[in-house]
Design a protein. Structure first.
Length: 153
């Protein structure tokens, strides 16, 4: 069931966030990036955006950020994958999911998984472009929450 994004605001003051976003399926990914940046700035955090060619390239950049001497408070990974006639999309989605989970476990840096596999453009439109259901906003709020949680541990 499609869930609306809550209107709850959190403070991200003093936090540094990096968004790693795919250049593939641009209208959908750009909408998520805009929503995430807006939410992070409203929360008082600083935001940097890095673009990669496709979803499969996101994990290597996230890993380099997480392993840096001054890692960000959280890395937000955004991308859109459409199912096609072959199983390629499922392999890419699984590989990205597995890699992102390993990065955050290994480096103790929150890595927010906002790389989605969709059946069709309508599903992507609602979840990426509709402010009531924006997964970009949701990813930013998760990053803010996790940054606060991790700084208190």
């Amino acid at each position: 069931m499609l869930k609306k994004v809550s209107r709850q605001r959190q403070s991200g003051a003093g936090c540094r966030f990096v968004i790693v976003a795919s250049r593939f399926n641009v209208p959908y990914v750009d909408a998520m990036v805009r929503a995430a940046r807006l939410e992070l700035k409203r929360a008082g955090g600083t935001v940097r955006t890095l673009r990669v060619p496709g979803a499969f390239e996101i994990p290597v950049v996230a890993a380099k950020l997480a392993a840096s001497s001054e890692p960000p408070s959280a890395v937000i990974c955004l991308g859109v994958i459409f199912q096609g006639q072959t199983s390629h999309a499922k392999h890419v989605a699984w590989g990205v999911t597995h890699a992102l989970a390993q990065i955050q476990i290994q480096h103790h840096v929150p890595v927010i998984h906002g790389v989605f596999e969709f059946e069709n453009k309508e599903h992507a439109r609602v979840r990426c472009m509709d402010p009531d259901h924006s997964r970009g906003t949701e990813a930013a709020r998760t990053a803010i929450h996790m940054a606060g949680l991790m700084s208190g541990i």
